[in-house]
Design a binder for this molecule. Structure first.
Ligand SMILES: [Zn+2]
Length: 383
């Protein structure tokens, strides 16, 4: 160092409890231990970035050099050096956590177990830097189980993005096979897989994108006799069904099992989405919106109905977004609101969808008399 250079002030050190408070006020806590050291756990919400990787990767995790950055290692020595490196890189507001992870644990501060492995840290890097997700949120996604009913137009974008986001278990429920006429919108499938069961075709696409996602296949139609078994033990159910009987069964099962149901539907150039969350007293259900199945005369003839190919992409992604929010517990879910999209007008409209006290599904006088297979009035597949 040049003798004329003014001596840098020593790196500020703070206690773990103070670090936690700063972290909750938007400071970024970086665990600078090596990847294998962090396997046994690290402070909840911390980002794992080994000291040696800081110069190369710090911009990815902290784009704003004015943000407060806290460094932590095993005992508080390496974190001091890491903080010095950060200061040299232009981060002015840095501090090192005194006593490191050892003291963090000894003081009983929150720890995320089973820290992400190297593949996951890299794959989900853009999630990990969002304070609303971070390591703790990514763990929630990895532990989540989402049922996707229908591997068609809505299920395609939803499935792809949920797999990409790291939802740990995806259950695909669909008894159909890939048809060439599906490919205009059902982007999970491929020309070479025409004739294959949609669940199997979807599994190939999803695991090619993210091999660590567990894809469970249920190649059967949702019926009164199996609906509870199919959706039980999931955190969220995505309704990508193409027919009314399935939607009524899903609604009844999700209401009884208290599983949030993410609804989406498309027709020609318009689509809609909402969330029915039976865990909440104020949430409507599907039957608050559609009390009874339409008669054969009223229902659109689905096998002849058309749909703009990109439209289920928009609606299916709204459903995936809601599912991720529900798993993470962030944001404001689409409960009590029906979001309508008109592709030709390029306009979203939001309608209030209050719970109906006279609803035959969730209303005051509603009673459950068993699951019912309502007549299949719409056998076609535009989903
Ligand atoms: Zn209702």
């Amino acid at each position: 160092m040049n003798a004329a250079t003014p001596r840098q002030a020593p790196i500020r050190e703070i206690d773990p409890a103070e670090a936690l408070a700063h972290q909750r006020a938007d400071a970024l806590l970086i665990d600078v231990r090596d990847d294998n050291e962090r396997d046994a756990g690290m402070p909840e919400g911390a980002i794992g970035l080994a000291r040696a990787d800081i110069p190369e990767r710090i911009r990815e995790v902290a784009a704003d050099p004015s943000r407060e950055i806290l460094t932590l290692c095993a005992t508080g020595r390496r974190s001091l050096l890491a903080a010095e490196t950060l200061r040299e890189l232009g981060y002015a507001n840095v501090a090192s956590v005194r006593g490191g992870f050892g003291r963090w644990q000894a003081e009983g501060l929150p720890v995320a177990r089973g820290a992400l492995d190297a593949d996951a840290s890299e794959r989900y890097a853009r999630h990990l830097v969002l304070p609303e997700i971070g390591v703790a949120g990514q763990q929630k996604l990895l532990n989540a189980r989402v049922a996707l009913v229908g591997a068609g137009g809505l299920g395609s974008p939803a499935g792809l993005y949920l797999a990409a986001a790291g939802v740990g278990t995806l259950t695909l429920i669909d008894d159909d096979r890939v048809d060439r006429s599906n490919l205009q919108r059902q982007v999970l499938h491929a020309d070479a897989r025409v004739g294959m069961p949609k669940t199997e075709s979807a599994q190939l696409a999803l695991n090619a994108l993210n091999p660590s996602v567990r894809v469970r296949l249920e190649s059967q139609r949702v019926r009164a006799a199996n609906v509870e078994t199919l959706v039980r033990d999931h955190d969220v159910v995505i309704d990508g069904a193409d027919n009314f009987p399935t939607r009524y069964l899903l609604d009844a099962a999700c209401r009884r099992l208290k599983i949030p149901l993410v609804y989406g539907a498309v027709h020609r150039f318009t689509g809609q989405a909402s969330v029915f969350d039976a865990r909440r007293d104020d949430s409507p259900c599907y039957r608050c919106l559609f009390p009874e199945p339409p008669s054969a005369a009223e229902a659109p003839n689905c096998s002849e109905a058309g749909v703009l190919g990109v439209l289920p992409g928009v609606i299916g992604l709204l459903q995936a977004t809601e599912a991720i929010k529900l798993v993470l517990g962030i944001g404001e879910p689409l409960v009590g609101r029906l979001l309508c999209y008109d592709a030709l007008a390029a306009r979203f409209r939001e309608l209030k969808l209050p719970r109906d006290p006279a609803c035959p599904g969730c209303g005051r006088d509603a009673s459950f008399a068993g699951y019912e297979d309502v007549a299949r009035i719409c056998g076609g597949s535009v989903g």
